[in-house]
Ligand binder design. Structure first.
Ligand SMILES: Nc1ncnc2c1ncn2[C@@H]1O[C@H](COP(=O)(O)OP(=O)(O)OP(=O)(O)O)[C@@H](O)[C@H]1O
Ligand SMILES: [Mg+2]
Length: 263
């Protein structure tokens, strides 16, 4: 259970300022959704959280320790699944287990990988299949199984369901929520990037909206650590409706401002 604190974080690629003075306080076990237009710097922000890029100024603290490099403390699920194409679904999970749990022997790794495959409701027969033999939804299940198998206290997910149809997407949202909820004592802190306001409402305990580049946090909303909304309530609950409208307006206004700027 690790708190994450982002202080005055700025980042540029070459001379172009992408993130400008981002501040964020996230409690351990929160499910954070990051919203913002394409190109505003959401993936860049996740890369900084992962330790794959270094800030120009400011810092990211995890449990009061600065993030300086990538580590097993922070697992990442990429939009393109990030599976090794030459390894089967099972092997993709076993190699992550090998890195993370040095004392596990081959049989234990296999048993654990199989358990994880079943956990994400993939049939056992998929264990030996290569990623190219799996559908997009199955690949994403495998990537989620791998991320949870190494049991990182912090999980970074970059638009993981962007390429999936609505039904598969809804199933995987429920799956991730179930996996997150199951760990009542040691709940992971999740950072989840999405374009979809409804997805954020279904998943989040905390929502942050990033403005256009150079990006700052332009809006935040917290349910104070509690998961208040779900698929059934987001369209009926008055608080949810107001929040939904607000989020859509904020993201839309950003588009208007940018469009007018360019004219
Ligand atoms: N490796 C890189 N080198 C230089 N510029 C980059 C690099 N990666 C991203 N950028 C630039 O940084 C900005 C933010 O990109 P980023 O990928 O973080 O956006 P995003 O919010 O994740 O967008 P999307 O929603 O489309 O995924 C963009 O202007 C992009 O062109
Ligand atoms: Mg991105």
């Amino acid at each position: 259970m690790l708190d994450v604190s982002v202080k005055h974080l700025s980042f540029s690629y070459d001379k172009e300022l992408i993130l400008a003075d981002i501040d964020m306080e996230v409690k351990a076990g929160a499910f954070v959704c990051l919203l913002g237009q394409s190109g505003c710097g959401k993936s860049t922000f996740l890369r900084l959280l992962a330790g794959l890029e270094k800030p120009n100024s400011g810092e990211i603290l995890v449990d009061n320790e600065p993030v300086t490099k990538a580590g097993l403390q922070r697992g990442v699920v990429f939009q393109d699944y990030g599976l090794f194409p030459w390894m089967s679904a099972g092997e993709n999970i076993m190699i992550a287990l090998k890195q993370r749990f040095k004392n596990m022997n081959a049989d234990q790794r296999k048993a654990e990988a199989l358990r994880r495959i079943k956990d994400v409701e993939l049939a056992e027969s998929n264990f030996d299949k290569l990623p190219k033999e799996l559908s997009g939804g199955m690949k994403q299940r495998c990537a989620i199984a791998r991320a949870f198998s190494i049991d990182p206290p912090i999980l970074l997910m970059d638009e993981p369901f962007g390429a999936l149809d609505a039904v598969t997407r809804a199933k995987l949202q429920d799956l991730v929520l179930d996996l997150w909820r199951k760990e009542t004592e040691n709940r992971k802190t999740i950072f989840f990037v999405t374009h979809d306001v409804d997805e954020a409402l279904i998943l989040a305990t905390d929502i942050f909206v990033l403005g256009q580049s150079p990006s700052k946090i332009i809006y935040k909303y917290s349910f104070n650590g509690e998961k208040k909304l779900d698929r059934n309530t987001i369209y009926d609950d008055p608080q949810a409706m107001e929040l939904r409208n607000n989020l859509i307006k904020i993201i839309h206004n950003e588009i208007q401002i940018k469009t007018n700027d360019k004219i």
